[in-house]
Ligand binder design. Structure first.
Ligand code: FES
Length: 121
């Protein structure tokens, strides 16, 4: 787990900002007066949502127009499919975001072995 911070003033003025931590892109937005942070990666093909249209609480992915409700992270009309949300804490003028360390990349061999072990258990 790492912490990354962005300016609260910047989010209040722009409505949303992006940052990153150890290669994980993070979208921070002010939605209905609440600061939220999500992994900036569409569930379809991983496109960034940061350049998508944001209307009220709905962000639309610019690639293929999937829509997400940023109050919950749920994909519009697809309950159970949601963005990865990160915990945020406001400390003074900073928004501090807890970003989990990315999962280690496995080789194909390692991934197949891990899947086989899971099937056995
Ligand atoms: S990558 Fe977002 S809708 Fe396709």
């Amino acid at each position: 787990m790492t912490e990354v911070s962005v300016s609260l003033d910047e989010v209040m003025q722009q409505g949303r900002v992006t940052t990153s931590s150890e290669g994980t892109a993070v979208l921070v937005a002010l939605i209905d007066g609440e600061v939220v942070a999500y992994q900036d990666e569409c569930g379809h093909r991983g496109n960034s949502l940061a350049q998508g249209v944001l209307r009220e609480c709905i962000v639309t992915c610019p690639a293929h127009l999937w829509r997400y409700d940023l109050r919950t992270g749920e994909r519009h009309h697809s309950p159970g499919s949601r963005l990865t949300r990160f915990n945020v804490e406001i400390i003074g003028d900073a928004i501090v975001i807890d970003v989990p360390a990315p999962a280690p990349k496995l080789s194909i061999r390692e991934a197949l072995l891990a899947a086989a072990r899971e099937e056995r258990s």
